[in-house]
Design a protein around this ligand. Structure first.
Ligand code: SF4
Ligand code: SF4
Ligand code: SF4
Length: 334
């Protein structure tokens, strides 16, 4: 069978996150909210300044991150059992919400879903006694933060609440976050989420089980998978393994998703169906995006305008909430 898809380049070769904040000082919040309203402008300026900076070559990035902890997810092996998602929820202390499905066709990353298993009905080619035939089949894709080698989310976060740790995972510090949510629109993979119903929300995303990794354990999802669909190891080794599978089995598309997307990521995928079929973004550049984060955002002005409007409305809503709370306390007396 001919390869169905070509890689843009020639082939080579588990700290539990902080619990949600129960409260936040009013002074701190108001300062944060004030900063927030102007944040997009500051970020815009910073990103415009960065946009002119040098962008590291993907090959050099890959060499520099060869030892990073990584995962290789094989769509041909996933049966959609959801054990990885359960393990993720247990590890993160996250609950299940009926309006936030984590498994199936409607699965979406959300405030209680740092990882999901999305189901898609796709067209596949199978060999029959009468030759190759097209058949409909269900493919499952485990989705979570890609742990980019050069994360656009961290570049966009001028509070350094999101950063690429020395150990490799892209981690989040809620204490630094002013909930400007610029990271939500900066991520090329659409990963970070926010609890829009919470008065004082926080950004949610997978941290590759950074605490488990520090103890020498694999990510909870990789450990829980009964199908061997999630391999864990050095990024360079997993790339070799991915290309080995592709080379030895003609079912696989000739592409390792994440090898070069957005400069390369620490979560890699192999698949027997083109990656757009199970819902992956396939038009991402091979260069890292941080240098062009603002340029990319400018390309979607409606999104940028939406963010600014959303931030202002959030600030006004929260200010009304705080004023009402103060009035009620004064009315109740000492
Ligand atoms: S996938 Fe998105 S949230 Fe995850 S590291 Fe990359 S830019 Fe950040
Ligand atoms: S983590 Fe996201 S929401 Fe929080 S300060 Fe950084 S960019 Fe803003
Ligand atoms: S545990 Fe493994 S087989 Fe089950 S849904 Fe997750 S990745 Fe797929």
């Amino acid at each position: 069978m001919e390869p169905k898809e070509r890689s843009p380049r020639a082939p080579r070769s588990t700290v539990r996150p902080d619990p949600p904040q129960a409260s936040i000082g009013r002074r701190r919040f108001l300062i944060g909210a004030t900063v927030t309203v102007g944040a997009a402008g500051v970020v815009a300026g910073a990103q415009v300044a960065r946009a002119g900076g040098p962008v590291e070559d993907p090959e050099s990035l890959a060499r520099r991150h060869a030892d990073d902890p990584a995962m290789l997810i094989d769509l041909t092996r996933c049966v959609g059992c959801g054990r990885c998602v359960r393990a993720c929820k247990v590890e993160g202390g996250l609950g299940w919400r009926a309006d936030q499905p984590a498994l199936g066709p409607d699965a979406e990353l959300a405030s209680t879903n740092r990882s999901i298993v999305r189901a898609r009905t796709v067209e596949t080619e199978v060999e029959t006694p009468l030759g190759a035939r097209r058949r409909l089949a269900v493919r499952y894709a485990k989705v979570q933060c890609m742990h980019c080698l050069e994360p656009a989310c961290a570049s966009a976060c001028f509070m350094r609440a999101l950063r690429k740790s020395d150990a490799g995972p892209v981690v989040y510090d809620a204490d630094r976050c002013i909930v400007c949510r610029y990271c939500l629109v900066s991520c090329p993979f659409g990963i970070p989420t926010f609890d829009w119903d919470a008065t004082f929300g926080r950004v949610e995303k997978c941290d590759l089980c950074a605490g488990r990794l520090a103890r020498g354990d694999p990510p909870a999802c990789a450990e829980a998978c009964p199908q061997g669909a999630i391999a864990f190891g050095r990024r360079a080794d997993l790339l070799v393994e991915a290309w080995r599978r592709i080379g030895e089995d003609a079912r696989y598309v000739h592409h390792v998703y994440g090898e070069y997307e957005a400069g390369g990521t620490s979560v890699l995928y192999v698949s027997d169906v083109p990656f757009e079929a199970p819902g992956f973004r396939t038009s991402l550049p091979a260069e890292p995006l941080p240098g062009s984060t603002w340029a990319v955002t400018r390309m979607i002005p409606s999104t940028a305008a939406g963010v600014l409007t959303g931030l202002t409305l959030l600030y006004l809503r929260r200010r009304r909430y705080l004023e009402r709370e103060r009035a009620e306390r004064e009315e109740a007396g000492p």
